[in-house]
Design a protein around this ligand. Structure first.
Ligand code: GLN
Length: 543
């Protein structure tokens, strides 16, 4: 039997509902259960692929090629369960499906309405593709009280009724602010938020209260009383030093025990082995050293836009027992100022994924600085493309090297990709295609060249990594670039798409067309990040 846990949020956004859901998933796994995590997003975009990362944070790409909400990244990092297309849905997607069905005449003359047609589509999504999972944790984006969330709340209310309490549970995450001037924790916002939830017919079974500090029994009792929830099910969720502490903190405060009670699971109080998490926390809190990595990008004003990247760098640090300080630098700076001012004291330079011409020359300058000064360089997707342009200009003498992403150019080292092979199928795209969902997305295989750096880092011949790009390094320049010292060390299995480049003459200089950060986990750091941070540690010893 699959049980469903619905997680809603109240009072304010950004409380860390995604992390809370991911941590609950990790605890249930530690109890031996199979879990799947899903997210319902109440905005009208069909997926977040067309949204600016500065507004909505990074786009998390799944193996099966979906562009999803960044919370799916938390889910995957905390549980190790690969997220799928069917784990994230938006209002836009639901309405598109309903309207397409209406146009086909599938509703047989019915008046198509939010209830039941939209809510039915949401319910179908929640239970779709569930096979042997013991638990499906379903997070509802946004904050209770938003107009947009209503159809989702109505759908989960209905589902809760249909499934019954033995198969469903509602958890509400709220904020209990501490008022310094009064010296008090305030429970009123939580009371109001729960009332809001009750007004749409949902009685939470458990309230998870985010707070700067632990919430004493007195306040928890008060919340329980006003919100109609047993005091043991009012769980304090205080701020912690590192996100990897969250599962431990929740367990200590009874989250999984109370959930087990709710579902009448065989064993409620058990000695959970959370050593996987305490080991990580220990490493994060007691590093043996530190390195500083400059991340030269475009969306540096909202760190959520590079969420997985920051996490993967941390994982690289965990693997090397060092703390990784990240210097987020807007690449445009290097277009007017000399890179040396900003990059001379860092132990590694990373240029992440990105789109568009703005700041591109600055990224090229950063790659050049790293190459000339033997600073470890890691180029990811756009960061690889810019590195190839830089080496083409500086090493191969192709002065006009550029990318057609920025308009027509004489030497299109990076050009629009129009066809590529997926499995046995050829995928085709044209320059005038829609922007949404039309990139080369998801997991593709890559063959590594024997004797290369990446071949030894991965210790495998064939790898699979996730992609999200529309442009590619032009294979026709391979020979000229290789003659200039750039090695194409990873290629698509048909040998047509360059996937990895490296510079053997440099201590650590790797550019990858894919996004390795998406698959890194705290307990299983990605080999490229482990190796890159290792090289940064080496570099710090040299200077
Ligand atoms: N803009 C580049 C492309 O579409 C790189 C994309 C990325 O960095 N994810 O190919």
């Amino acid at each position: 039997m699959t049980r469903y846990v619905f997680i809603t949020g109240g009072v304010v956004s950004s409380l860390g509902k995604g992390l809370a859901s991911a941590s609950l998933g990790a605890l249930l796994q530690a109890r031996g259960y199979r879990v799947r995590l899903r997210k319902l997003d109440p905005y009208l975009n069909v997926d977040p692929g067309t949204m600016s990362p500065t507004q909505h944070g990074e786009v998390y790409v799944t193996d099966d090629g979906a562009e999803t909400d960044l919370d799916l990244g938390h889910y995957e990092r905390f549980t190790g369960v690969p997220a799928r297309k069917s784990d994230n849905v938006t209002t836009g997607r639901i309405y598109t499906d309903v309207i397409e069905k209406e146009r086909r005449g599938d509703y047989l003359g019915a008046t198509v309405q939010v209830i039941p047609h939209v809510t039915d589509a949401i319910k179908e999504f929640v239970v779709r593709d569930v096979t042997d999972e013991d638990f499906v944790l379903c997070e509802i984006g946004g904050t209770v009280g938003d107009i947009e969330s209503l159809p989702f709340l109505e759908a989960i209310r209905q589902l809760g009724n249909e499934l019954g309490t033995e198969q469903s549970m509602f958890i509400h995450l709220t904020l209990v602010p501490y008022l310094k001037s009064a010296g008090e924790l305030k429970t009123k916002p939580t009371q109001h938020s729960v009332k809001e939830l009750q007004s749409v017919g949902i009685q939470p079974d458990m309230i998870l209260c985010r707070c700067e500090q632990d919430i004493p029994a007195g306040e928890r009792k008060k919340i329980g009383l006003f919100c109609n929830v047993p005091v043991d099910n009012v769980i304090s969720a205080p701020d912690v030093g590192t996100i990897y502490e969250v599962p431990i903190s929740y367990h200590e405060r009874g989250l999984d025990r109370q959930l087990a009670k709710h579902f009448r699971l065989a064993s409620t109080v058990i000695d959970l082995d959370l050593s996987r998490w305490s080991d990580i926390v220990d490493r994060v809190k007691n590093p043996e050293g530190e390195v500083t990595i400059a991340v030269v990008g475009k969306y540096t004003n909202l760190l959520d836009s590079y969420k997985s990247l920051a996490e993967a760098l941390d994982h690289g640090g965990i693997a090397n027992n060092v703390r990784v300080n990240m210097n987020w630098i807007d690449s445009e700076i290097f277009e007017s100022e000399d890179a040396v001012h900003y990059l001379s004291d860092v132990e590694g330079i990373l240029v992440p994924g990105g789109f568009g011409e703005r700041g591109a020359e600055g990224k090229i300058a950063a790659a050049k600085f790293a190459r000339e000064h033997n600073v470890p360089y890691f180029g990811i997707c756009f960061g690889m493309q810019m590195a190839v342009i830089e080496t083409a200009r500086s090493l191969a003498g192709i002065e006009k090297a550029g990318s057609t992403e920025f308009g027509e150019c004489d030497e299109a080292i990076v050009g629009l990709m129009t066809e590529w092979v997926r499995g046995n199928k050829l995928e085709r795209r044209g320059a005038g295609d829609n922007l949404g969902g039309t990139m080369r997305l998801g997991a593709y295989d890559c063959m590594l060249v024997d004797g290369s750096l990446v071949r030894s880092i991965y210790a495998e011949k064939q790898i699979s990594e996730r992609h999200r790009h529309r442009f590619e390094v032009n294979i026709n320049y391979k020979q000229r670039l290789e003659e200039a010292g750039v090695v194409f060390s990873g290629l698509s299995p048909d040998g047509v798409l360059p996937e990895i480049v490296e510079l053997p003459s440099h201590p650590w200089y790797v550019g990858v067309q894919f996004h390795p950060e998406l698959k890194s986990k705290p307990f299983d750091p990605h080999p490229l990040f482990e190796s890159f941070i290792g090289a940064a540690v080496q570099h710090s010893r040299l200077v």
